[in-house]
Ligand binder design. Structure first.
Ligand SMILES: *Cc1c(COP(=O)(O)O)cnc(C)c1O
Length: 371
């Protein structure tokens, strides 16, 4: 018998599924009557486990899911036989039958993908449901405005593609004052009108908080469900979903002038107490946190000193309550007092990247309904 996995992991990641459900309800409350939400659970549920996350969202009332790839769709499908699952990257040549076999719905990102889907519909002699993605200014994926107009004029084609939604995606929704928001909103409503009777979808997490004129029929929240703050400001309305606790492997007292970590990039002044913690860049604790990050020990912010190494990071815990700076105790890398977004800011990135980089070596605990 080996030891309890929790006792041997360098860090413990706790995922609060009930907080995800609370965030789902908070988003529902912002929608107009009749409005719905498609939960985006791509990238393994933003690193938190697509299956447990989707199951909890389903219990909370979610009826449609979106992922990026066919394989992500299959991972969900085996556990959720009924729910519509939409695939953002759409069909590639040769993959059409996969969608049909597993009941996946493609997002069609342009004429080439529409052709693949229409050919399949002809072969099966029936309309095949899809989502039409129109680019309204992001220049990433989607039909151009001209291409959308041409498609709308081709009644046989649109009948074959049986669009469930016309969707677009906002480039600057996390900057409420950016003029592109209104421009994309207006372009979206114009293109949506080309497809009478087809429902619309524009807003992801940030766009939901820009107001109902950005919502149309279906919003597509991802990050906000997982606790990322949707708009800048003093208060994050979303409940925190993740807590990441690093285990203190060793505590050492070092003398004035000693160097810390690879490259000797930090030199202590005065006698300091250091705690070496069992998480590093291989666990998604970005190297850019070197000499910039913080953690919390007993309500006290403690700075990350020296470079983050592969499996370890070192914190100066001199100012933390002495009784807590002990080998075996845990330090909050993400938790109350140091949010996901705080850590992201210190690393020079966004909460999305922190979540999707969360390591595979953490011991994972789910709170709320068991997965
Ligand atoms: C990822 C994604 C979403 C979800 O975005 P969040 O900002 O995480 O809410 C919605 N729509 C599209 C097209 C996406 O790629």
């Amino acid at each position: 018998m080996t030891s309890d996995p929790k006792d041997r992991a360098g860090a413990v990641l706790t995922i609060d599924l009930d907080a995800i459900a609370a965030n789902w309800r908070l988003i529902q409350a912002r929608l107009a009557p009749g409005g719905g939400a498609v939960a985006v659970v791509k990238a393994d549920g933003y690193g938190l486990g697509a299956v447990p996350v989707a199951q909890r969202l389903k219990e909370a009332g979610c009826r449609r899911f979106m992922v990026a790839t066919i394989d992500e769709g299959l991972a969900l499908r085996s556990r959720m036989p009924e729910q519509p699952i939409m695939i953002l990257s759409g069909p590639f040549p040769g993959t059409g039958e996969d969608f049909l076999r597993f009941g996946l719905i493609p997002v069609l990102n342009g004429p080439e993908q529409a052709d693949i889907w229409a050919a399949l519909a002809r072969r099966h002699e029936r309309p095949l449901p899809s989502v039409l993605h129109v680019d309204t200014g992001m220049s990433r994926l989607g039909f151009s405005a001209d291409e959308a107009r041409r498609l709308a004029g081709d009644k046989d084609m649109t009948a074959a593609l049986a669009p469930l939604m016309v969707m677009s995606h906002l480039a600057t929704a996390d900057q409420p004052d950016h003029p592109m928001n209104a421009a994309q909103r207006d372009a979206f409503w114009t293109v949506k009108a080309l497809f009478p009777g087809v429902e619309g979808s524009l807003a992801a997490s940030s766009g939901i908080f820009l107001g109902q004129e950005f919502h149309s029929d279906w919003v597509r929240p991802g990050a906000a469900l997982y606790g990322v703050q949707p708009l800048p400001g003093p208060v994050n309305p979303m409940a925190q979903v993740v807590r990441l606790q690093g285990r203190i492997i060793q505590v050492r007292d070092v003398d004035d002038g000693m160097c810390v970590g690879y490259g000797a990039t930090h030199r202590v002044t005065g006698r300091r107490r250091l705690a070496t913690v069992g998480a590093g860049y291989a666990d998604g604790l970005f190297r850019s946190l070197s000499n910039r990050g913080h953690a919390i020990l007993g309500d006290v912010p403690v700075p990350l000193v020296g470079r983050v190494s592969m499996d370890l990071a070192i914190f100066d815990v001199t100012d933390a309550p002495a009784g807590l700076a002990r080998a075996g105790n845990f330090i909050d890398l993400i938790g109350p007092g140091h949010s996901l977004d705080d850590l992201a800011r210190e690393a020079g990135t966004i909460g999305y990247e922190v979540l999707t980089a969360l390591g595979r070596r953490y011991h994972r605990l789910y709170l709320g309904t068991a997965p």
